[in-house]
Design a protein around this ligand. Structure first.
Ligand SMILES: Nc1ncnc2c1ncn2[C@@H]1O[C@H](COP(=O)(O)OP(=O)(O)OP(=O)(O)O)[C@@H](O)[C@H]1O
Ligand SMILES: [Mg+2]
Length: 308
């Protein structure tokens, strides 16, 4: 099997509908995901993430550009791509009149797995997603988080070579989210490849080995979470609750954001001592913490919006 699980080149999509202006959702996305990687697509609402995943998973045709899954052209041979992939669609719901156990098992059988394998995988996946107690209740009677767990359980159970998960943990409690992370890590250890979207940047940080930020249908940045944090000019964040009035004394240290009377400065570790001395000299208290992926994201995407 090819070492490249997914590759797109200049992928474009413009939605055309009668009586409405055309929407350019993808404006040339080129990206590559290697076999066994966990990659997150991040970006604001409407950036084009779902459009990309829908094209990659054969549900939508691109306007132009190319996309391959394990070297098979997705647009030309969707039927050859489908056995390689499994998808948790954004806002997908389990069948209301099936129980989680029936849903997972039926889906595996429909994909061609034998009875014994399907049964074993169903039980394992229900257990991983904490669904054993609710496994025999109709989906319509399940809570929102339990339904979402069922969607993820169904796709995890396939152990497909390439999994697309569009906001898989939406609505899940913090324990359930961690079960999903662990299950996805386990799948990549066994050789599967994961491409997911999320608006939870702690999730992207904990789970993905690499990420792409999509902005207005294009790749704005790609790299590791650490790369992104470093790109904002430092990896430490100093918060000065009364610092806004002294902002001019801190501008030289790095990016400064005033928030009411408070001030947050992003600074490289080697300049922290000097910054703290400046704060103490002005009678200001300060707390120091790491830059989070969310802060880096706000900074990088915010700068791109400002540039326009
Ligand atoms: N069927 C459609 N017809 C017309 N426009 C569409 C259609 N589907 C999506 N769009 C538009 O395409 C753009 C990209 O949408 P997409 O769903 O890919 O964004 P997204 O990054 O997944 O956003 P979110 O984070 O909100 O899920 C948006 O402007 C959206 O309104
Ligand atoms: Mg989406």
């Amino acid at each position: 099997m090819s070492e490249v699980a997914l590759q797109s080149r200049e992928l474009r999509k413009t939605y055309l509908s009668k009586g409405a202006p055309a929407v350019r959702a993808l404006a040339g996305v080129s990206l590559e995901v290697r076999r066994g990687e966990r990659v997150a697509l991040l970006g604001r609402n409407g950036a084009g993430k779902t459009t990309f995943l829908r094209i990659a998973s054969t549900l939508l045709r691109p306007t132009s550009g190319s996309i391959q899954v394990f070297d098979v052209d997705v647009d030309r041979h969707p039927e050859r791509v489908r056995p390689y992939i499994a998808v948790v669609p954004q806002e997908g719901k389990p069948f209301f009149h099936l129980t989680p156990r029936e849903q997972v098992y039926t889906y595996l059988r429909a994909r061609g797995l034998g009875r014994e394998t399907a049964k074993a995988r169903t039980e394992e996946s229900l257990e991983r997603m904490g669904l054993l107690e609710s496994a025999d209740r109709l989906a319509i009677t399940l809570s929102g988080g339990q339904r979402q767990r069922t969607m993820v359980a169904t796709v995890i159970a396939t152990e497909a070579p390439l999994l697309f998960l569009d906001e898989p943990t939406i609505g899940m409690d913090p324990f359930a989210r961690r079960s999903v992370w662990e299950s996805l890590r386990e799948l990549t250890r066994r050789g599967s490849t994961i491409v997911l979207t999320t608006h939870y940047l702690d999730e992207a940080d904990a789970l993905s080995q690499r990420l792409y930020i999509i902005e207005r249908g294009q790749v704005l940045v790609s790299g590791t979470a650490e790369d992104l944090k470093r790109s904002v000019g430092g990896t430490l964040k100093v918060h000065l609750p009364e610092g806004a009035r002294a902002i001019d004394a801190f501008r030289g240290f790095g990016s400064c954001v005033a928030d009411g009377p408070g001030l947050t400065v992003i600074v490289a570790p080697e300049r922290l001592g000097e910054l703290m001395a400046t704060a103490v000299g002005r009678g200001l208290t300060a707390t120091v913490g790491p830059v989070t992926l969310e802060e880096a994201f706000l900074n990088v995407v915010g700068r791109s919006i400002d540039d326009d």
